[in-house]
Design a protein around this ligand. Structure first.
Ligand code: ADP
Length: 279
């Protein structure tokens, strides 16, 4: 069995005379793993994501997707089918006049037989919670629904990896929550491998593993609680820490004995309740 993603010593420059924007990246992602990639603007996150479905092809190093080398042009179609990219702006990803047509579009492009299409459309729409909206015009949907539609279009093609490239950054808190819950659900039920490139630390805190990029390198990796609570390190990377971590810090400075580090506000509230009921 191959790992869904295996990158070895990948380096890249856009311009032959320019600086390297990726430097010696090596990364293996296991099936069903959720990896969040964080790092300040220009650190190379999006460039790395473009290597995952063959939009960019390595000259130095290798990128294997389910064991397929992205340099192998004959396998490009299969590689693209295996890795679905969800971009930042939901508006740019919608093509159909109805939700149903929109999901059908990707299936047609991938040569899925007509008899199979109906079932796949229904199933993927239900999986992302928009099964009741198949007849709607996509432009009438909320931001969160539009991104879920984009995800439905991707999962209908049955990829093994889904890459979210700042896919929640244009959404309101409700839309963000809907999309993240959808991704959590897909990982749970389909064992989907997820790569999320994000500024949203709440999103990163849901991952199994966080990678931090800086100037084209992976400078650190670890669990969300190891990395996102390390204020010194995060500051060094010009990154913020989650709001719950900051608040917790301030409460501790005021003498409230919080021992467990929590990344979410829900977790912090729970800790405070425990303290209150023990006092
Ligand atoms: P991030 O996603 O972390 O913000 P990017 O991968 O977009 O970082 O950018 C990494 C570096 O590559 C930056 O210096 C950026 O200016 C440069 N870059 C990104 N896209 C292109 C491109 N299409 N052509 C030339 N340089 C690019």
């Amino acid at each position: 069995m191959f790992d869904p993603i295996e990158i070895k010593d990948l380096s890249y420059k856009y311009d032959a005379l320019g600086e390297k924007v990726l430097k010696n990246i090596s990364l293996t992602v296991k099936k069903g793993e959720w990896v969040a990639i964080i790092g300040h603007n220009g650190s190379g996150k999006s460039t790395l994501s473009r290597f995952l479905n063959g939009l960019l092809v390595p000259e130095i190093g290798t990128v294997l997707i389910n064991g397929l080398d992205t340099r192998d042009t004959e396998k490009m179609w299969e590689i693209r089918k295996n890795v679905g990219l969800v971009f930042q702006n939901p508006e740019n990803q919608l093509v159909g006049t109805t939700v149903k047509d929109d999901i059908a579009f990707g299936l047609e492009n991938n040569g899925v037989p007509k008899v199979e299409m109906e079932g796949r459309i229904q199933k993927s729409a239900i999986k992302v919670g928009i099964g009741h909206l198949l007849g709607e015009e996509p432009h009438r949907l909320s931001g969160g629904q539009k991104q879920r539609l984009a995800i439905a279009g991707i999962i209908a093609i049955q990829p093994s990896v889904i890459v979210l490239d700042e896919s929640t950054s244009m959404l309101d808190p409700q839309g963000r929550k809907e999309v993240l819950q959808t991704v959590l659900h897909l990982r749970e039920t389909e064992n989907m491998t997820v790569i999320s490139i994000t500024h949203d630390l709440n999103e990163a805190s849901l991952a199994d593993r966080v990678l931090v990029m800086n100037q084209g390198e992976i400078v650190r990796e670890g669990s969300p609680s190891e990395i996102l609570t390390d204020e010194m390190f995060m500051k060094d990377q010009s990154l913020d820490v989650p709001f719950a971590v900051k608040l917790q810090q301030q409460l501790m400075e005021k003498g409230i004995p919080l021992n467990t580090v929590t990344l979410s506000m829900d977790g912090l509230v729970e800790e405070l309740w425990k303290l209150k009921s023990n006092s």
